[in-house]
Every structure is written in C-alpha cells, then in structure tokens.
Design a protein around this ligand. Structure first.
Ligand SMILES: [Zn+2]
Length: 466
C-alpha cells in the first residue's frame, strides 16, 4: 500500500514499525460546540483508512483526542454560565451522536487533556531540563531556534514566518516563532498546580503527550486536516522529537479543505454548517458517501446539488442490494452454471479494482466507482434465472466492499410500519381460519423477509423485529 507522506512530499510504500500492527493518531475536536462539516472530513477519511487497514489484516491502535481545555471552551462556559468541564462533557456526548451517524468507529482510546495533566507537566519539564523550553512569568515556551528541524513538515522557513505576520506577537517570547507549552492561570480560568505555578497546557503539547502515552515515542501514522499542518503538527514534531531524539511519526497524512458552494467555508460568509444541521436534511450516510467520493487530497465542494447526487447514488446502491436479496430469497438452492462460472472473473475484477484504488493512497473515489460498477453487474446478473450459489457470491462481494467503507450497511427492514404488520397478521389469521394454509405460510414468509418474526401463542399471534 502506498501513502502520500506530507513529510517527504511523495507517495511511499507503507511499512509499519511492527509487522501486522499499526499505531495511528488523529487530532480530535475541541469540544466547545457541535462538529462542522470541515471537522467531519478528516474523521470520515481516516476512519476509512483505519477500516481498510483492518480489512487488510492489520491490528490497528487508533487514538483520537478530545481537546477539553481551551480558550473557546472557557468562553462558552462563561456565556452559558456552566463549568468548562460541563461544556466539554456535553459536546463530547454530541460528538459521538454525530460520529455514529457518520459511521465513524470509536477510537481504541479517546483521551482527554484533563486526564493527562500530570503527563503534560512531566513532558514540559523534560523539555525545560533539556534546554528546549524556557519559563517566563509562569508561562513556558518552546525555543524553536534550538530545534534544528523546525519547519520540516510544512516547509516553512523561520525567516519567512518572521517576515510575515502569521504568528502571534508576544513580548515574553525569545523568538516570534516560539510557542506556548504551559500558560499561567488568568482570572476565571481553570488551572492546575505545576513547577511554574498554577496554569494550564497550551494546545500543541497535548497531542505529543497523548500520542507518546498511548502509542509510544514513534508511531506509524499521524493524520489530520490540512489546516493542522502548520503550526499544530510542526509544533508536535518539535516537542516530541526534541524530547525523545527519535522520529515522532513515520507517515503524516493531511486532507484538503472543504468549500461550500465553491467558497471557502467561514462563519462570516454564513456557509458554516454543523453536522447536526445537515442531519436534519440528509441522512448522514449520504454525507459519508459524499466525502468518500472525492480523493482526500483534493478539495471538495459541498453543495445541495452534489449532496443530492450522493443521495441518489446511495439509493441506487441500496436498491441493487435489496433487489439482490429479494431475488436470492426466492431462488432454489442451485449450484453455479458453466456460464456463471465464466462470469466469476468479471465479478472478481471489482474487488481487485477496489483494492488497487485503496492501496493507491486511499483513493476512495475510485473504490466507490468500483462499488457502483459491481452494483450494475448485480442488477444485470442476479435474476430469477440465476443459480443461488452465484447470486449469493455476488451479493457477498458487494457486502464485503461496502462494509470496508461502511456504507449501504443499514437493514431497511424497519421500513415496514407497525400498522402494515398488524394488517398482514390479520390476513394470515383469516387465511388460517379458512384453511388456506398456503396463503398463511406466504404471509409469514413475506413478513420474515422484512425481518418480522411471528410467534403463535395462546393469546394470539405475537411478532417481533429480528
Ligand atoms: Zn493534534
């Protein structure tokens, strides 16, 4: 498998540190609000990479943090007159609601900053002891001039940055590029006791500490949105490598931006949507398919028109699956014909196309195309004249590939309403009374196909959903 490594600026063959195992860290959300669609893209993409690695037999340890100490959280807590902890707890819960809707699997560990304060203090202390950090009035800064490789990820040169106005100006820093590791407590802010007085961690340090704590000094993959490359990831590298003297992450992956109606997403333009808002209009599975339909290193445009295309596409896939299931249910148990045996080669080509695409730097766009081609193949080749063996094989293939991307995974069986079930049960009872057992059996089977199980009891017929 090849992955585009931001660090080397080229596609590289993926070789994990330990055979069969992958250690992966993805920067998680700051929990002060609902996640927006820009946040959703890396979560969906890197969840898909994780699922694909697992599909290929890797044992993946996946860490995604929650930033639960931050200026925005403190601000929100003042606005809502609740504690920062309450703000964080609320939005962590909401994150999981959205993540579940988007089909994002739980991380192996979801560490929170507030559970890692002790580790953060120890890490900063080590940097200070090694001469990479300095304390000023209760703040601690990383001395970027001491770390020779500073800028190696983003390719940004210190001089360029210093010339530009892209960095925070602060009299306490030795160099404009230096960044804060520990902040002295201000009035109305949460704080923890430390060797530098009461305070709280800066943003960048948390990922270095949690990655080290849960995955070790060197990991396989560190990923996030393009906007995190600088300064966040650059600073993570500086902190981690200055402390350990080892490579922090072997592969760095970054996804491109999301535009809304061809404009950059921004609050001032009024085109800033949370996942929760979108979920009121579209099933979030549509959003997942939409995100996977473009390669993660290309920008993606979010518009109603394109979402509607994804919606129609998803329906086509569901229809192909349901039609196949229905046909198979009505087929006799028959073996593959000679003609079908020849079609097997074509059937296998879809999986090969899918794997080739995913192996080529997680090209989900081509992987999705392979699934659409397979759906088309099923529509023409699973018929009432098919053998059950062949039809089932094609359907299994479809389920396997859609399973890797975690799409078309819902059983639409619940689509039958309670009233319809009651009505069919009534008809069946009537049929039995009239000794029309064939019709009664047919109705039972019809319900079973929709996942409804009937039970004849002394109190009458009871039913439940499978
Ligand atoms: Zn991070």
């Amino acid at each position: 498998m090849k992955l585009y490594n931001t660090l080397s600026r080229k596609k590289e063959e993926f070789k994990p540190i330990e055979e069969g195992k992958v250690k992966m860290y993805v920067c998680g959300p700051t929990v002060y609000n609902f996640i927006h669609i820009g946040n959703a893209r890396p979560f969906i993409i890197f969840d898909t990479l994780r699922r694909y690695l697992e599909y290929r037999g890797y044992d993946v340890t996946f860490v995604q943090n929650f930033t639960d100490v931050d200026d925005k959280i403190i601000k929100r807590s003042h606005e809502e007159n609740i504690t920062p902890e309450e703000v964080a707890t609320k939005y962590i819960k909401e994150y999981f609601v959205d993540a579940d809707g988007l089909g994002i699997k739980r991380a192996t560990v979801h560490p929170q900053v507030t559970d890692n304060i002790e580790q953060i203090i120890a890490f900063v202390k080590e940097l200070e002891d090694k001469g990479y950090a300095y304390a000023v009035n209760g703040d601690v800064y990383f001395d970027t001039k001491k770390f020779k490789d500073y800028g190696k990820l983003s390719g940004i040169k210190q001089e360029e940055l210093e010339a530009g106005a892209r960095i925070e100006v602060n009299d306490q820093k030795r160099h404009p590029m230096d960044f804060v590791l520990w902040k002295a407590k201000k009035e109305g802010e949460p704080g923890w006791a430390s060797p530098w007085g009461e305070g709280r961690p800066g943003w960048h340090i948390e990922c270095s500490v949690m990655s080290n704590r849960y995955l070790g000094e060197t990991i396989d993959i560190h990923a996030g949105g393009q906007d995190l490359k600088f300064p966040h990831h650059e600073n993570e590298i500086a902190q981690s490598e200055a402390r350990s003297g080892k490579n922090f992450s072997n592969y760095w992956l970054h996804n491109e931006y999301i535009n809304v109606n061809n404009e950059k997403m921004s609050k001032s333009l009024g085109n800033f949507f949370t996942v929760r808002e979108i979920s009121e209009i579209y099933d979030l599975e549509v959003v997942r398919l939409f995100m996977l339909s473009t390669h993660y290193r290309n920008p993606i445009n979010f518009s109603d028109e394109i979402l509607n295309q994804s919606k129609a596409g998803l329906e086509r896939l569901y229809n192909a699956k349901e039609k196949a299931e229905f046909t198979i249910n009505n087929l006799e148990d028959t073996k593959m014909t000679e003609e079908e045996a020849k079609l097997q080669e074509e059937l296998a080509s879809f999986r090969q196309k899918f794997i080739d695409a995913m192996d080529d730097d997680v090209n989900t766009a081509d992987a999705v195309s392979a699934i659409f081609e397979l759906a088309k193949f099923m529509n023409s080749n699973i018929t009432e004249n098919s053998s059950k063996e062949f039809a089932q094989k094609a359907l299994d293939e479809f389920k396997e590939l859609t399973g890797v991307l975690n799409i078309v995974n819902k059983d639409k069986k619940e689509d039958i309403l309670d009233e319809e079930i009651e009505k069919l049960i009534e008809q069946r009872t009537e049929a039995k009374k009239n000794k029309n057992f064939q019709l009664a059996d047919e109705i039972r089977q019809q319900l079973l196909d929709k996942g409804i199980i009937l039970e004849d009891t002394r109190q009458g017929v009871k039913w439940k959903r499978a």
